[in-house]
Design a protein around this ligand. Structure first.
Ligand SMILES: NC(=O)c1ccc[n+]([C@@H]2O[C@H](COP(=O)([O-])OP(=O)(O)OC[C@H]3O[C@@H](n4cnc5c(N)ncnc54)[C@H](O)[C@@H]3O)[C@@H](O)[C@H]2O)c1
Length: 283
């Protein structure tokens, strides 16, 4: 069964991006967040991104208006009742996600798929919030969603072949290239990427080079399109810290310990781009 109506929980960096690509792919989308203000911010950021796409000639003005008309913002999980799939993209916190997923499971049709965009938390554990763990799957998008082609599909222990097939079909319909990865903290790509970013923060903390020099070094020396500290600011330092904590706890291995400077930045409310300051300042 094709996914025609899609629910997205969380109107932040990732939720907005997922809503945008689904709406552009001619899907009806219900976007849920805890406050009207968060929904308004999400919808206005989608509007601004789509306007940039129009001015660059990538989409027509008609496609922009049609995509925006397909998006409905709400603070009520009950509005997800007739969705074919719901993609959870709320804050990276296990207890919060379990609570959200329980509420969503209670309102969804029994044949609907529930996906989570978690960066690091066990899919099998999050699936325990559902009475139907066979219909639960990880769909891990990359930031910025409209630009990055990859989606990691992560099966929990009980995910069915049918659920995997439907998530794969949706990823392809919205123009993404899925890869299948086994359930393990951080899956495949973040398992490699996040320790590298953490090491860059240790290098900064030890005063070996400035943030600009570290980023320039990784761009010019390794061909990365964005330096690791600028990337950390884009991901969100609070999200990055949660991911590293999941690795540290999940593998019980000190090699994943978060850099103390990262923790201090989060304590100071410097979350990166989304708060206006991280390793760099943003206007
Ligand atoms: N930032 C990245 O680069 C990135 C990449 C891939 C995956 N992810 C994952 O995507 C998820 C979201 O990350 P983000 O960067 O968009 O975070 P964010 O902080 O930008 O947005 C999180 C949103 O969740 C909302 N929220 C919190 N509690 C909620 C609830 N009970 N119901 C509904 N909405 C609620 C918040 O109001 C906020 O709008 C996390 O699991 C994160 O690990 C992030």
């Amino acid at each position: 069964m094709e996914c025609r109506k899609i629910g997205v929980i969380g109107a932040g960096i990732m939720g907005s991006g997922i809503v945008q690509v689904c709406a552009l792919a001619e899907r009806e989308v219900v976007m849920v967040d805890v406050s009207e203000a968060a929904i308004d911010r999400g919808i206005s950021s989608i509007g601004a991104t789509l306007s940039r796409s129009v001015s660059k000639g990538r989409i027509s003005e008609a496609a922009r208006s049609a995509a925006l008309a397909r998006i409905r913002g709400t603070t009520s999980y009950a509005d997800l009742a007739d969705c074919d799939i719901v993609i959870e993209a709320a804050t990276e916190n296990e207890a919060l996600k379990l609570a959200i997923l329980k509420q969503v499971d209670a309102v969804l049709r029994p044949d609907a798929v529930i996906a989570t965009n978690t960066s690091s938390i066990s899919i099998t554990r999050l699936a325990s919030a559902s009475k139907h763990p066979d219909r639960f799957i990880g769909m891990h998008f990359f930031n910025p969603v409209p630009v990055m082609a990859l989606v990691e599909l992560i099966r929990g222990l009980q995910t069915s072949d049918q659920t995997h097939g439907r998530a794969r079909a949706l990823a392809e319909i919205i123009g993404k290239s899925p890869i299948s990865v086994k359930n393990s903290p951080g899956f495949a790509v973040n398992r490699i990427l996040c320790p590298m970013i953490n090491e860059a923060i240790f290098v900064l903390q030890e005063g070996l080079a400035t943030a600009e020099e570290i980023d320039e070094g990784m761009k010019l020396g390794c061909g990365h399109p964005l330096g690791p500290l600028a990337l950390a600011d884009m991901i969100g330092l609070d999200t990055l810290l949660s991911v590293l904590e999941t690795f540290y706890g999940g593998f019980n291995d000190p090699k994943y310990r978060p850099a103390p400077l990262l923790r201090e930045m989060v304590d100071a409310g410097r979350f990166g781009r989304k708060s206006g300051q991280g390793f760099y300042r943003y206007s």
